[in-house]
Design a binder for this molecule. Structure first.
Ligand code: ATR
Length: 476
């Protein structure tokens, strides 16, 4: 984009700001919209917030985003606030108002989440919702639930006083604000309960309703602590119909995995990040962004957040890991490592010998050792992994850290047909090898699914197409 005398500046203020994705989102949008505006991060110290907002206005800066730790304190620097931002008590977007000689504050985080759930077809009207956490994010979620006319909101937090505070504020708002419709108010009155019910996190089992919609608004499960979920009791997850994790990295958090494993639908909040940006951009430029441009920006965002240097192929023997891996490496000019071959070389003996002489545990530990080594050293590599590699939990998380994990699937029959004549697979030297395959597949599928970033079917035997599918997923 050409920067000229008409180019407008937009900024982000916060501290720290180094890891923000917002410049990428907004500059992509300007590029695609053909609008000459540039978005840059500004690190601002606490004592400088007021001067920064004033200075931004005087420099004719079109708008600003505000991030931690100034989402509350910036409110005092603004002549006017959008109603929702005022009620939530947090502002993340400043929109220039010439007539007021300052900026109007909005909360596009809440608006972005609202747009995400609408797009994903999640209706909250009349529903019982659970919000986990009682920080700034939870406050915005509860407010959004009120706007969407939920029936009841259980607000659970480790520190119950924080949940009580938010519940008191939000219940007051719900009573006072006529825009929260009669319908939900009647529901609430019928129940004889307030709309927002604060609870200690540890009391989760006293929620008796089923079909819950749950928002996860704590930082638990955020990368690199990907093995944690705020609650780990399967009984709770069985009651969840839809869950939204406000975390987007990793893409499939432990919380989300537990929901899908128990039959619910799970979403992360990358779209919320996208839409808080889209809505801010629309407010600044007073223009609607067409859906095809939003999709392009979303693809770029996903690539930015999730794409790692390495590609990891997992799946059962005969699923095509080696064929696909070698071809991918060749086409993308990457290195190729077959983990089984690598371990055999390191150990100086065949895997069957390691199994027979030292036992399976020793082999899985060797796998862990090499993965730990790869994690810190290997770049630009396609890995073809041993079929049992993701079974050990530690190995599963290491694989995810190493690269984007593709799970190659094929039906039991296709696998059997591919491997029945191979001589070097000890597993198949038995009479009932088809049954063995079926049984192992049943056992292993949950592990494969939980570690996979992307699942690719190889039933067609057209490995060239499988390679193309993977490249498409990687936007290459
Ligand atoms: P944000 O503004 O993004 O919502 P926050 O205000 O720091 O972030 O809130 C973090 C939330 O995560 C809180 O609800 C916090 O619970 P407490 O209020 O009890 O601190 C929750 N949280 C963080 N670590 C937690 C843990 N290990 N167990 C339970 N809750 C946790």
């Amino acid at each position: 984009m050409e920067i000229n005398g008409k180019t407008r500046l937009i900024g982000l203020m916060g501290n720290p700001v180094e890891h923000t994705l917002s410049p990428m989102i907004h500059n992509e949008m300007s590029e695609r919209m053909g609008i000459s505006s540039v978005y840059v991060p500004f690190k601002v110290e606490e004592q400088g917030v007021t001067a920064a907002v004033r200075g931004a206005y005087e420099l004719n800066i079109l708008g600003m985003n505000v991030t931690v730790p100034y989402k509350n304190s910036v409110m005092g620097c603004l002549p006017v606030l959008d109603e929702a931002a005022r009620q939530i008590g947090a502002v993340n977007t400043l929109v220039r108002m010439e007539e007021l000689g300052g900026y109007k504050g909005y909360n596009t985080d809440m608006m972005g989440l609202r747009r995400q759930i609408q797009e994903d077809g999640i209706s909250l009207q009349g529903e019982t919702v659970v919000v986990l956490g009682a920080g700034g994010a939870a406050r915005a979620v509860v407010y959004m639930c009120l706007l969407e006319e939920t029936k009841k909101i259980y607000l659970l937090n480790r520190t119950i006083t924080k949940a009580e505070q938010i519940a008191a504020d939000m219940n007051r708002i719900a009573e006072q604000t006529i825009s929260f419709t009669k319908n939900s108010k009647e529901d609430r009155e019928q129940d004889g309960k307030q709309a927002v019910i604060p609870m200690a996190l540890s009391d989760y089992s006293s929620i008796l309703e089923e079909n819950l919609i749950v928002f996860q608004a704590t930082s638990i499960g955020l990368s690199p602590n990907i093995d944690h979920a705020i609650l780990e009791d399967t009984k709770f997850y069985k009651k969840i119909r839809v869950g939204v994790d406000l975390i987007y990295n990793p893409a499939n958090t432990k919380f989300m995995q537990m929901i899908t494993a128990n039959g619910g639908q799970a979403y992360n909040a990358l779209k919320m990040l996208l839409y808080q940006g889209v809505i801010a951009y629309e407010l600044w430029h007073n223009k609607k962004i067409p859906q095809d441009i939003i999709q392009d920006v979303y693809a770029a965002l996903k690539r930015n957040v999730y794409s790692k240097d390495n590609i990891v192929l997992i799946g059962f023997m005969g699923s095509g890991k080696t064929t696909v891996g070698l071809r991918l490496a060749r086409e993308l000019d990457m290195d190729f490592i077959d983990t089984d071959a690598y371990i055999e070389e390191q150990a100086g003996k065949k895997i069957s010998e390691i199994f027979n002489e030292d036992g399976e545990d020793t082999f899985r530990n060797l796998e862990t050792e090499v993965l730990m080594n790869f994690r810190n050293t290997v770049k630009n590599t396609v890995f073809s992994t041993g079929g049992g590699m993701p079974l050990k939990k530690e190995n599963a998380s290491l694989l995810k850290e190493i690269g984007t994990v593709f799970y190659l699937t094929a039906s039991n029959q296709v696998i059997y047909d591919r491997v029945k004549n191979s001589v070097n697979r000890p597993l198949l030297q038995r009479e009932n090898s088809y049954e063995t395959i079926c049984e192992l597949m049943r056992e292993r599928t949950p592990s494969y699914e939980s570690v996979a970033d992307i699942v690719v079917n190889t039933n067609s035997n057209h490995f060239k197409e499988v390679v193309e599918d993977i490249k498409k997923e990687l936007k290459l």
